[in-house]
Design a protein around this ligand. Sequence first.
Ligand code: FES
Length: 112
Amino acid sequence: MSKITVLPHVDVCPEGAVIEAIAGKSICRNLLDNHIEIEHACELSCACTTCHVIVRVGFETLAPSDDNEDDLLDRAWGLSANSRLSCQAIVGAADLTIEIPRYTINHAKEEH
Ligand code: FES
């Protein structure tokens, strides 16, 4: 089982966290399943950009993003060369370290 290390984010994960990740699920799904409430305004369907993360360790182990994801990433706040939409990046066998950017393009959180 791989791990996702989440760097501290003032609202979403103030202390940072290390979670046990399930391979085959997206980074976003793994975070949500571990009570890390990253924004995800389109229900993980690659349509909103709010689930943007920067993969600080393990980026190269992920399957490459597709054109649709790349188009949405162009709108992301704080875009980096290691940016991904966490709902589209599927966890594999490798450990990851991610940073949740301070802001998203959409501050309107979904209510669950
Ligand atoms: S949750 Fe909307 S693009 Fe990922």
